[in-house]
Design a protein. Structure first.
Length: 129
């Protein structure tokens, strides 16, 4: 008997997420933060294409690492204050009006990566000595 392999984003590492996983994450976070259903600006396919531009595909590198895009989305949800006219967020809104948070997320991720790399280099030197 085969066991079913789950494709839910919560059961895999972020580096394995694709645009559909990011859309599922956006939907669930939207309900969590704002209590209303998520809607895509320009339609599901247009949003999927926009997300793909940022995260890339199996064949093409995106503009940012997936961890950076997730951190950006999280920061947007934390900072956005809903209004009567705009009760929720869309990924399009995030990348159009909240790009400073994307830059901050990228800077934080770059620093984490540099720290990890420095630790690895230190271990190599320590082993050599």
């Amino acid at each position: 008997m085969k066991t079913k392999k789950s494709n839910h984003y919560t059961e895999m590492s972020i580096d394995r997420w694709n645009s559909a996983h990011f859309q599922a994450y956006l939907r669930e976070q939207h309900v969590k933060y704002y209590g209303i259903q998520y809607t895509c600006a320009g339609g599901v396919v247009a949003e999927r294409n926009l997300i793909t531009k940022y995260i890339g595909t199996a064949r093409k590198t995106g503009l940012y690492r997936k961890e950076t895009v997730k951190a950006f989305i999280d920061a947007c949800f934390m900072q956005y204050k809903p209004t009567q006219q705009y009760p929720g967020l869309t990924f399009w809104f995030m990348v159009t009006y909240m790009t400073r948070l994307l830059q901050q997320a990228e800077l934080i991720e770059n620093r984490k990566e540099a720290t990890e790399q420095a630790k690895e280099e230190y271990k190599e030197v320590a082993e050599w000595l």
